[in-house]
Design a protein around this ligand. Structure first.
Ligand code: HEM
Length: 255
């Protein structure tokens, strides 16, 4: 059997697949957060950034397909590993370990389900515009770039270009308290999911009992807390009135 076949058919292979796809998804959520935090700067930033990503065309689609495949493999491997653990548990573990393992895997399962539901809602919200059509970028007036948007000093979206108003869409969307509350709860679940994901990855590679295990766990906790706070800062700033839409789009949205 070739390497790919062995990855999918053995228990250790599936653990490797879980870890690798988990790392791909973590890289995405970090990049996404860094991009989204530009909402705290003038609208040129997040609007230029979103337009820049959409300019990628086929490369963007390749990245989306890779992301979707990572999600599918991650969920498939998690399901198969959980079923295997259930089958093996009675034989292998003491009662205390069984209870701990059951709680951790239940937590992973339920936080995973909430995160999946969140991503589907989030796509309906900000990508397809079904959830809040009145504040969807395509239904707001286009934004005219006041300055070039530069990446590495190179202008990738030009001053004067008309781009979708993602800045106003985010802010108007989060002015709805129920929507913001759902985002905050879901991102909390995602952060717990990430923390336990790190735990099980460290366990699989034997880093949970070594000399650096406590320091490693602390780094994982700090990372997940920072990730949570970074995301929550956006709806939080909208709800407290610190982030407001720039004037032209307010007029367009209220039309
Ligand atoms: C406060 C938190 C978040 C904000 C403000 C936010 C904002 C956005 C926006 C504005 C878009 C649409 C970009 C565009 O098409 O121009 C988007 C797309 C997306 N977001 Fe988020 N997001 C947040 C959290 C998350 C989280 C936690 C996840 C994953 C668990 C996520 C996954 C995605 C995905 C998969 C897309 C689709 C990307 C694509 O079109 O290819 N987002 N997000």
């Amino acid at each position: 059997m070739n390497l790919v076949g062995r990855l999918f058919s053995s228990s250790i292979g599936r653990k490797i697949l879980m870890a690798v796809t988990g790392l791909i998804l973590i890289a995405f959520v970090i990049g996404h957060l860094v991009g989204n935090l530009q909402v705290f700067q003038d609208p040129d930033h997040v609007n230029g950034y979103a337009a820049f990503l959409h300019h990628w065309g086929p490369t963007l689609w390749a990245a989306r397909i890779m992301l979707l495949a990572a999600v599918a493999v991650h969920i498939w491997a998690a399901t198969v590993l959980t079923l295997e653990n259930h089958a093996a548990r009675d034989v292998k573990y003491s009662v205390r370990h069984t209870i701990r393992a059951t709680l951790a895997s239940r937590l992973m399962r339920w936080t995973g389900v909430v995160v999946l539901a969140f991503v589907l809602y989030h796509l309906a919200h900000f990508t397809f515009g079904f959830a809040q059509p009145a504040t969807f970028k395509e239904n707001l007036g286009a934004y005219t770039m006041a300055n070039d948007y530069r990446v590495g000093g190179f202008p990738v979206v030009a001053k004067g270009e008309s781009v979708p108003d993602v800045h106003s869409m985010m802010i108007l969307g989060f002015q709805n308290r129920v929507v913001s509350a759902f985002y905050i709860v879901a991102i909390g679940m995602l952060s717990v999911h990430l923390l336990h994901g790190f735990d099980s990855m460290f366990q699989s590679v034997g880093w949970r009992s070594g000399r650096w295990s406590r320091a490693l766990r602390l780094v994982a906790i700090l990372f997940c807390a920072a990730y949570f706070l970074g995301n929550v800062a956006i709806p939080g700033a909208v709800l407290t009135g610190r982030l407001q839409v720039h004037a032209p789009s307010v007029a367009t949205a209220q039309r």
